[in-house]
Design a protein around this ligand. Structure first.
Ligand code: IMP
Ligand code: MG
Length: 186
């Protein structure tokens, strides 16, 4: 479905400026998949844990590029109230269905690490659930915005302090379907 004129009016829909093209995203996903595979032992199962909703596209593309048996699961947390401001408080909204982490390498797949609060929360939550082998993969990283120390294991691209949308990332639920990552209102 297209954005209709009413929703365009209500959200002041703008066409984002392309920051990372679809072709660049494809190359990034291939490179990250290679990095994940290079670190993986053959006796360990790979569980990709997609952080909804923002990482949905990235996770699907990554799963297709990983030349290994992959389990997929989903988790949902929220920290953003509305627009571009984070509330700073991370809440768990949806728990993964897979609870047996023994013998599995859990690769958390995020869209973006900003303050680092969500990433920290997710790693602590998974550790509490008994996951011993956790790696953190993010499509985008904004290290200049960190409020808590966090270094992801796999990073698609480090970006400056700009609000980005597309390829899963949203502004008030809009723009997620764009095939590229774009800059909004910059
Ligand atoms: P953090 O807890 O501050 O690191 O925020 C992480 C979450 O905030 C991400 O998973 C995104 O959902 C959201 N977020 C942070 N920066 C952006 C952005 O530039 N565009 C869209 N969402 C963002
Ligand atoms: Mg996210």
């Amino acid at each position: 479905m297209c954005y209709n004129s009413e929703s365009i009016m209500n959200t002041s829909y703008l066409t984002p400026e392309i920051l990372i093209s679809s072709k660049q995203l494809d190359a990034i996903v291939s490179r990250v998949a290679d990095e994940i595979l290079a670190d993986c032992r053959s006796d360990t199962e790979l569980l990709l844990l997609c952080v909804l909703k923002g990482a949905a596209m990235f996770t699907s593309d990554l799963a297709k590029k990983l030349d290994a048996p992959v389990m997929l699961d989903y988790i949902k947390v929220s920290s953003y109230g509305s627009g571009t401001k984070s509330s700073g408080v991370v809440r768990l909204e949806y728990e993964p269905a897979i609870r047996d982490f023994a013998g599995k390498r859990v690769v958390v797949v995020e869209d973006i690490v900003d303050t680092g609060r969500t990433a920290r929360f997710l790693c602590e939550y998974l550790t509490d659930c008994g996951a011993a082998d956790i790696k953190f993969c993010t499509l985008l990283d904004k290290p200049s915005r960190r409020e808590v120390e966090f270094v992801p294991d796999y990073v698609g691209m480090t970006i400056p302090n700009k609000f980005v949308v597309g390829y899963g990332l949203d502004y008030n639920e809009h723009y997620r379907g764009l095939p590229y990552v774009g800059l909004l209102n910059n």
